[in-house]
Write a protein that binds this ligand. Structure first.
Ligand code: SF4
Length: 296
C-alpha cells in the first residue's frame, strides 16, 4: 500500500497520531510519505489539531481519505492497535525526544477546554513510559492532568527512573500538589515546569504555588504559570494574577482565549508579560507603551 500523510496545522510540534499511523503502516511493509497532490495513494490521513487554523483544501488523489484530530472531529480516535505502537519519530526527524501520553482525561471539566469531552472526566493511565520512550534524553509528556490519575506515583517514578529530562507540556495542576507529589516531581529531571492559573476566581492555586515555590530548584523564569485571559476574567483580574505570580516566585505567561477577537488591551498585556525583556525592564503594565515597548 502507498500511504500519504498530511499534517494540516503542524508547526514545530510533531503530530503524535501521524507518527503512530506511520509506524503501524511501515511495520506492515507499506510505503509512507508526506502526501503530494500529484500522486495517487491507497489511503491519505489528514491530521488537524486546532479548530481555528485554516484547512488544507488541496485535492489528494485517493479513494480513502481519513481526517482526524480535534480540528476535524473530536470523536474520532485511533484504533487501539495503532494507539499503542511505538511512534515513528523519524517521520519528523526527531532524534532524541520522546512524545506521548501516560494518562488521558481530566476531572476538572474547565468550560474552555475540550479534554473532558474528548478523553473523559477521569484521568486514567493509558500507557507505560516504555511504550513511547526508548532511551531518548528528553520526554515531552502530553498528559492533560497526570496528577489527577490514581497511578500518579507509579507513573512519575517511571519518568524519574528513566533519567530523561521531562517537560510536562500541558502544565501540572497545582491544586493537586501535596508533599508526596512534590517529592515525586522533584525526583524527575526537568529544566522547566509549567503550571496554570486559569480561573481568576480560584484563590487556591496561588496559595499552593506559594507554599511550594522554594521546592523546585529552578530559577523563577523557569517556573512558568499559564494565565488564561479573555475568558470570564476582567483586565484587573488578569493583572492581579500576573503581579501575584511574580510576587510569589513564578513567571506568568499570558494565554488568550479566542485571540483573534480579544480586546487590544489584552493583546498588549500578553506582549508585555510574555516578552521577558519588556516585562523585566518595565514591571508596571500602566507604564507600558505598546508603540515604544517601555517608557524611556
Ligand atoms: S485542568 Fe487543564 S486539562 Fe483539565 S479541564 Fe481544565 S484546562 Fe482542561
Amino acid at each position: 500500500m502507498k500511504v500519504g500523510l498530511v499534517d494540516v496545522d503542524g508547526h514545530n510540534f510533531p503530530n503524535l497520531a501521524l507518527m503512530k499511523i506511520s509506524a503501524w503502516h511501515k511495520a506492515d511493509g507499506d510505503v509512507v510519505e508526506w502526501a503530494n497532490s500529484l500522486e495517487y495513494y491507497d489511503v491519505v490521513y489528514m491530521a488537524k489539531v486546532f479548530t481555528f487554523t485554516p484547512d488544507d483544501l488541496q485535492a489528494y488523489q485517493t479513494d480513502t481519505l481519513i481526517q482526524g484530530g480535534t480540528g476535524y472531529n473530536i470523536a474520532l480516535t485511533l484504533p487501539e492497535h495503532i494507539e499503542h505502537v511505538y511512534p515513528d519519530y523519524e517521520l519528523y526527524g526527531v532524534e532524541d525526544t520522546a512524545y506521548g501520553y501516560l494518562t488521558r482525561g481530566c476531572p476538572r471539566q474547565c468550560p474552555f477546554c475540550i479534554v473532558a469531552q474528548k478523553e473523559g472526566v477521569q484521568s486514567v493511565k493509558v500507557a507505560n513510559l516504555i511504550e513511547f520512550w526508548q532511551g531518548q534524553k528528553k520526554i515531552k509528556l502530553l498528559d492533560p492532568n497526570i496528577l489527577a490519575c490514581s497511578n500518579w506515583q507509579e507513573l512519575l517514578k517511571q519518568i524519574a527512573d528513566s533519567g530523561a529530562e521531562v517537560d510536562f507540556t500541558q502544565g501540572l495542576d497545582a491544586r493537586l500538589l501535596t508533599n508526596e507529589k512534590v517529592e515525586a516531581i522533584q525526583a524527575c529531571k526537568y529544566k522547566i515546569l509549567h503550571f496554570a492559573w486559569d480561573n481568576a476566581n480560584d484563590d487556591f492555586t496561588p496559595k499552593v504555588l506559594a507554599k511550594y515555590a522554594g521546592k523546585w530548584g529552578l530559577r523563577q523564569d523557569k517556573l512558568k504559570v499559564y494565565v488564561l485571559t479573555n475568558y470570564n476574567s476582567t483586565h484587573a483580574q488578569d493583572l492581579y494574577r500576573i503581579y501575584k505570580l511574580r510576587e510569589i516566585g513564578y513567571d506568568p505567561f499570558v494565554m488568550i482565549y479566542d485571540k483573534y477577537n480579544a480586546p487590544v488591551k489584552t493583546r498588549h498585556l500578553q506582549r508585555w508579560c510574555n516578552n521577558k525583556i519588556i516585562f523585566n525592564s518595565e514591571p508596571d503594565f500602566a507604564n507600558y507603551n505598546p508603540k515604544r515597548g517601555v517608557r524611556p
